[in-house]
Design a protein around this ligand. Sequence first.
Ligand SMILES: *[C@@H]1O[C@H](CO)[C@@H](O)[C@H](O)[C@H]1NC(C)=O
Ligand SMILES: *[C@@H]1O[C@H](CO)[C@@H](O)[C@H](O)[C@H]1NC(C)=O
Ligand SMILES: *[C@@H]1O[C@H](CO)[C@@H](O)[C@H](O)[C@H]1NC(C)=O
Length: 281
Amino acid sequence: MTVSYLAQVCVLGATLVAVAASANFVTDVDITWGDSRAKILDNGQLLELTMDEASGSGFQSKNEYLFGRLDMPIKLVPGNSAGTVTTFYLSSQGPTHDEIDFEFLGNISGEPYVLHTNVYAEGKGDREQQFYLWFDPRVSFHNYSILWNPHQIVFYVDATPIRAFRNSEKMGVAYPKNQPMRLYSSLWDGDDWATRGGLVKTDWSQAPFVASYKSFSADACVSTGGTSLCPASKGTWWDQELNASEEQRLEWVRSNYMIYNYCEDAKRFPQGLPPECTLEQ
Ligand SMILES: *[C@@H]1O[C@H](CO)[C@@H](O)[C@H](O)[C@H]1NC(C)=O
Ligand SMILES: *[C@@H]1O[C@H](CO)[C@@H](O)[C@H](O)[C@H]1NC(C)=O
Ligand SMILES: *[C@@H]1O[C@H](CO)[C@@H](O)[C@H](O)[C@H]1NC(C)=O
């Protein structure tokens, strides 16, 4: 009796761990780029991406996800990071791919990073929004999170929503919902556009540049061979809408920290703003 009870607890425990645990970089990602410039440390709890004049570096998740809540703690390149681009994004493959992007554009010491975001659906992007942050992201780890469910994609910085891309299929706008996406991160040289539109170049005397990632949490449906396995805990994000206090936070970010919004860039869309802009504002 006791034995079988214990066995059951263990099985249950194992299931919960498999579903809700934060990832271990040793077992859950592949280093795809930059060889030893990507270093896994602390028994898989920490990953450092470095960039020198010869190359940047990157990794990708072994799993592919179809909807989920992903939280990635990142500490950005300290000191003079002008020209560097640090990324965390979800993407599928091919010409009609879907993609959800966080890109962090570095700056000289003391000047602010820019957080650049974008959403691609069925190969179509051009949905950039950019923000300053209300803290210095070089000093400590902060969670950058993607909530992706059938109704909306929400970008969070710690608990604060900074952007919501709503499903506007009713208006004929494609929405990412059929293609599983992998998680990717990278550190690369983007000095032709990243800092003040390319005016400030990477100072290679400061290399190597280092961005640090802590083990991410993927509370997400894992897709393998055409079937998708959702965690029991998906109830917390599958139907999630922003509540009143989150809408307020979002508004606070948009009023105080948003520096570019494609939905307000009428010059760029002479035929009229994209239809989803009536929802995304
Ligand atoms: C990020 O979020 C996870 C929960 O998903 C939490 O355990 C962790 O402490 C957070 N990390 C930071 C740096 O806020
Ligand atoms: C870098 O600092 C300059 C000056 O404060 C600012 O205009 C720019 O938006 C900052 N960020 C980037 C990525 O260029
Ligand atoms: C709103 O949602 C957030 C995140 O789920 C939660 O932490 C907060 O308690 C909620 N606030 C209210 C007023 O329901």
